[in-house]
Ligand binder design. Structure first.
Ligand SMILES: CC(C)(COP(=O)(O)OP(=O)(O)OC[C@H]1O[C@@H](n2cnc3c(N)ncnc32)[C@H](O)[C@@H]1OP(=O)(O)O)[C@@H](O)C(=O)NCCC(=O)NCCS
Length: 203
């Protein structure tokens, strides 16, 4: 289990067409990661990240390199003791559809299994890709509340059109979140805090 915490421990995974190395990210990757992620963010398909946020969350990230070039990345963010979120998944435009996205997701799933997560979810505009890597579309209400800090910064917060996808890793341990803690929970916003409103159970 501990091995996945170490740089270079996620594994070396050659793709048929390119020599791709997948490893845990290190601080020296922050510059190339910002270029890759914010390049996609400028097209409105990902959330932009700052250097501060990247530094704070570097341990979540795995990176894919072709030689000296960062060609892909993704992050596994723990959300509860049994559920994690795959986020900041990106592949450089020049090398898309060559299997790098799948390699990154595979590495994140191995890491999730190392930490005994029962399920991994994502919010995405590319459910077709996630379908290919073992995820199924689910109702948003089936997932726990997403990391609200991210949603609060998103221009689409009140009209989110991302699709929720879920991959259950251990059905015996996975439990759907209780209704009062689901994404359907009513809320209001106070400054930068989301206040959940109590749900009234029908009699
Ligand atoms: C989504 C993304 C990560 C996919 O990476 P990739 O390296 O191009 O994907 P892969 O080559 O590993 O594809 C794996 C499979 O998914 C399929 N696939 C890839 N992109 C797809 C898409 N947009 N729609 C449907 N299927 C897709 C591939 O054809 C392949 O199928 P196969 O196994 O039958 O051959 C990449 O396109 C990307 O960076 N997009 C912009 C950022 C983004 O949307 N990130 C997701 C945030 S949640």
């Amino acid at each position: 289990m501990i091995s996945s915490l170490m740089e270079d421990a996620v594994g070396f995974a050659p793709s048929p067409r390119m020599n791709i190395q997948i490893r845990k990210a290190a601080m020296r990757d922050i510059g190339p990661l910002l270029t890759l992620i914010n390049g996609h963010a400028s097209k409105g398909i990902m959330l932009p990240r700052t250097e501060f946020e990247m530094s704070e969350n570097m341990r979540d990230f795995s990176v894919a390199y072709a030689g000296d070039d960062l060609v892909g990345c993704g992050a596994l963010h723990f959300y509860s003791p049994i559920v994690g979120e795959i986020r900041s998944l990106a592949v450089a435009d020049s090398v898309k559809t060559q299997g790098i996205g799948r390699l990154v997701v595979d590495a994140l799933i191995r890491e999730a299994r190392d930490f005994a997560l029962a399920a991994v979810f994502a919010f995405t505009y590319v459910p077709g890709f996630f379908g290919k890597v073992g995820f199924a579309e689910v109702e948003r209400g089936e997932l726990p509340l997403k990391a609200w800090k991210d949603c609060l910064r998103c221009p689409k917060f009140q009209c989110c059109d991302e699709i929720a996808v879920l991959r259950i890793l251990n059905p015996a341990r996975y439990e759907k979140p209780r209704a009062e803690h689901s994404a359907n929970t009513p809320f209001h916003i106070e400054g930068d805090t989301i206040v959940l409103l109590p749900t009234i159970k029908p009699l």
